[in-house]
Design a protein around this ligand. Structure first.
Ligand SMILES: Cc1ncc(COP(=O)(O)O)c(C=O)c1O
Length: 458
């Protein structure tokens, strides 16, 4: 492939042909835009499979592991099917994600239900879903307890349904990683989990609850982590808690979940940890610390989202208006923006882009500096702050690494329709999420009678 952007940023199947045009999954970008329209989210299946494979390789020497995919990064029925096919469990955080997974036929016993404010109806749905459908394994999702209210609620529902729910407790480990404030979750002031000072009380409450069976602890220290040390520290802290539990209750918790958050490269300077190395360091740390504490090795879960789907996704936009301001700023406008990718405006996320039909454009003598902006009514709707490109109206701009938290955080801001999402592999492309229509936008609208009728106005 010709040298363009850092290849860590591109899907593994990305290729540039002799006409300087990009293809993904063996399908030319021009063909994708012609067939499915613009803007368009494109997901490379091979990249997902390769990431999953790398992660599993790091866990291969560990006796019992259940790697999971954090569905919040990107979930639809096709993705749930793919996650099941690659042999991963699935984290969900809402009834909607759970429903999506079950609709795709995902085994509920491999689902973990998270959330810092799970409603009673969501919890009931999760607890009932395994037992209800005879076609499934009969075992419900495991639920991650985030707070004391969860303990009371889950126990009450379990007793009403005459069942026992397997739970893990999410701890706030007090471990910080160097990432954006909004995606830190392991620090003392985190809204997620139970502080270490309150863990003993929480565990005692669970032990006293007839409807609950404590199977382990969980922690997630944040996202876009570029260093394994924080995970190794976390494992040591958790091993200590497992030892204390065994000393107090004379039995051992059998599952350990150290969260996700491993970072990926969005821009050239990002240096992500190799996925195999990341998983292996965690598994090694568990083996060492649990052995040192004379503890049996628990079933180990790690639960990355973006590291599985992030690099697999690209977004295609049509370039519209090119505005050169006399004060020096050049704006390159595209037909999407913050509604399909809210990460830059939410937490200053950075991205890399290219012209899919002129992949060497950044090296062209005609390249100019552009600020790539979306079409939405916010000055902060900026996709890439400054990039050098030879660009023309009608070109296809392709933004890399948009697989994670783009579709899943997207909105209909300015009453725009959400793009389609297409999965590509081996020269085939198929829609996995249909493009919304204008009719979809008003499908849930209702006009109250006092506005709708003349009589109502009087
Ligand atoms: C509990 C939990 N696990 C896993 C993840 C996945 O994080 P990432 O996509 O950064 O791997 C998140 C993200 O917010 C999370 O909250």
């Amino acid at each position: 492939m010709k040298k363009t952007v850092n290849q860590n940023i591109m899907p593994v199947s990305a290729k540039i042909d002799s006409d300087d045009r990009l293809s993904i999954g063996g399908v030319a970008i021009d063909t994708l835009v012609q067939e499915f329209g613009s803007p368009l989210w494109v997901i490379c299946q091979e990249t997902i499979e390769q990431a999953a494979h790398s992660l599993k390789a790091g866990l291969a020497h560990y006796p019992r592991s259940l790697p999971c995919y954090a569905g919040k990064a990107f979930l639809c029925t096709a993705m749930a099917k793919l996650v099941q096919e690659i042999g991963f469990g699935l984290d969900v955080v809402s009834d909607g994600e759970l429903y999506t997974a079950l609709t795709a036929g995902f085994d509920p016993s491999k689902i973990f239900f998270h959330g810092n404010n799970k409603s009673a109806s969501e919890l009931r749905y999760a607890i009932e879903c395994g037992a209800k459908d005879k076609g499934r394994s009969g075992s419900s999702p495991r639920i991650i307890i985030d707070n004391f209210q969860d303990i009371l609620r889950i126990d009450e529902i379990a007793q009403q349904l005459d069942t026992t729910v397997q739970v893990l407790v999410r701890i706030i480990p007090g471990i910080e990683i160097d990432t954006h404030e909004y995606i830190k979750t392991g620090h003392d002031a985190s809204k997620f989990g139970i502080p270490l000072e309150q863990i003993d009380d929480a565990i005692q409450m669970i032990e006293d609850a007839p409807g609950l069976a404590l199977i382990g602890l969980h922690a997630h220290i944040g996202s876009q982590a570029m260093d394994t040390q924080a995970y190794v520290d976390l494992v040591a802290l958790m091993a200590d808690l497992y030892r204390q539990y065994k000393e107090k209750y004379g039995k051992q918790m059998d599952h350990l979940d150290v969260g996700g958050g491993v970072g990926i490269a969005y821009i050239d300077s990002d240096q992500p940890i190799n996925l195999t190395d990341w998983a292996k360091s965690i598994a090694d740390a568990v083996i060492e610390t649990f052995n040192n504490n004379q503890l049996a090795l628990p079933e180990l879960s790690i639960e990355p989202g973006r590291a599985i789907i992030g690099t697999a996704g690209i977004t295609l936009y049509e370039i519209g208006n090119l505005k050169r301001l006399p004060q020096g700023t050049n704006y390159l406008s595209v037909d999407g923006g913050m509604a399909d990718n809210p990460r830059p405006i939410t937490y200053a996320a950075q991205y890399t882009c290219d012209i899919a039909n002129r992949m060497s454009s950044r090296h062209s003598s005609k390249a100019e500096k552009w600020t790539v902006v979306g079409r939405y009514c916010e000055s902060g709707d900026i996709i890439v702050q400054e990039t050098s490109l030879e660009a023309y109206q009608g070109d296809t701009l392709c933004v890399f690494c948009t697989g994670a938290y783009n579709y899943s955080m997207s909105s209909n801001y300015n009453r725009t329709t959400k793009p389609a999402c297409v999965l590509v592999k081996d020269g085939r492309a198929a829609v996995i999420i249909q493009r919304e229509s204008l009719q979809d936008l008003v499908a849930h609208d209702r006009i109250p009678s006092w506005i709708a009728t003349e009589a109502g106005k009087k």
